[in-house]
Design a protein around this ligand. Sequence first.
Ligand SMILES: NC(=O)C1=CN([C@@H]2O[C@H](COP(=O)(O)OP(=O)(O)OC[C@H]3O[C@@H](n4cnc5c(N)ncnc54)[C@H](OP(=O)(O)O)[C@@H]3O)[C@@H](O)[C@H]2O)C=CC1
Ligand SMILES: Cc1cn([C@H]2C[C@H](O)[C@@H](COP(=O)(O)OP(=O)(O)O[C@H]3O[C@@H](C)C(=O)[C@@H](O)[C@H]3O)O2)c(=O)[nH]c1=O
Length: 295
Amino acid sequence: MRLLLTGCNGQVGFELQRSLAPLAEVIAVDRSDCDLADASALRALIQALKPDGIINPAAYTAVDKAESDAALAKKINVDAPRIMGEEASKSGAFVFHYSTDYVFEGVGEQFYKEADETNPQNVYGQTKMDGEQALLTACAQSLIIRTSWVVGAHGGNFAKTMLKLASERETLSVVADQFGAPTSAALLADVTAQLVGRIKHQGDKKFPYGLYHVVAAGVTNWHEYARFVIEEAIKAGRPMKVSPEMVKSITTSDYPVPAKRPANSRLDTTLFQNTFELCLPHWKDGVSHVLQQIL
Ligand SMILES: NC(=O)C1=CN([C@@H]2O[C@H](COP(=O)(O)OP(=O)(O)OC[C@H]3O[C@@H](n4cnc5c(N)ncnc54)[C@H](OP(=O)(O)O)[C@@H]3O)[C@@H](O)[C@H]2O)C=CC1
Ligand SMILES: Cc1cn([C@H]2C[C@H](O)[C@@H](COP(=O)(O)OP(=O)(O)O[C@H]3O[C@@H](C)C(=O)[C@@H](O)[C@H]3O)O2)c(=O)[nH]c1=O
């Protein structure tokens, strides 16, 4: 099996290089190999490589920057997955793609199911929602993993930002009214490899393609998450100026940023767990593992 892997230096892409290696010949590309904003270069790459599958963790993920850079975010988050789907359909290949909790409005306290109405509140979320639709329309053999709050040892994320700020500053304030589940890049990569393995060994004719929520178990908020990260760092002997108790709990309105974030990012993973008979670990397990690697 030959796979084209995009975004190989991102959080999820980096872990996918590890998890997919035993299964397939993986042609891993980053921005220097193919700029996903260049539609014809992307088509040419897929046509030249003729992969059996395309795994696309590459995305425009700078949530605030996207507010003033919508055209580029659209090219990468909407047009690129559509092109991948179109090219894959022509050759009978499959596409794995990743999306976000930010497709939802995020009101209430319910766990969102896959079929629930989307209503993104920012440009990034809008482009990711449009990208889901574009890919599902273009390619019947596509699988989309909707996830949240990704954390990995390789690449940038909230946990790393907290480690940096808590070691440099005297005070730290973090919002406590946005709820979700930190999900490790390694978990997403391992889940992806499990599913690709099933396609490889059982064939893809009966494979249940579609859109699934995949997040770690449990729910937290950014404030509690920040405190957990700092607590683990102190346990590992890392000097921190801000202790967990010192992290101030604030509300969304106390932390003005260009892009509005959803208050409720709880995703229901029942469909994924029942369809694939796989269990998802608690978010603290994944975050602890990432922190062990970083620290
Ligand atoms: N991060 C998160 O918290 C969440 C992420 N997701 C989704 O999961 C997926 C993986 O996210 P994650 O690994 O965290 O993302 P990262 O931001 O860590 O990585 C994204 C990758 O995409 C690449 N990329 C961006 N623009 C281009 C371009 N024009 N051409 C080629 N490559 C490009 C980046 O390359 P470069 O390094 O050169 O910029 C980077 O390697 C994405 O689809 C994202 O939307 C979903 C929920 C939460
Ligand atoms: C750095 C910082 C952030 N915050 C708040 C801002 C925001 O509401 C929340 C998270 O901040 P960030 O900007 O790091 O996270 P953000 O980039 O919004 O993270 C999102 O990324 C995209 C790609 C996704 O798909 C989402 O699932 C989600 O992970 O924490 C504070 O309250 N204090 C701080 O010091």
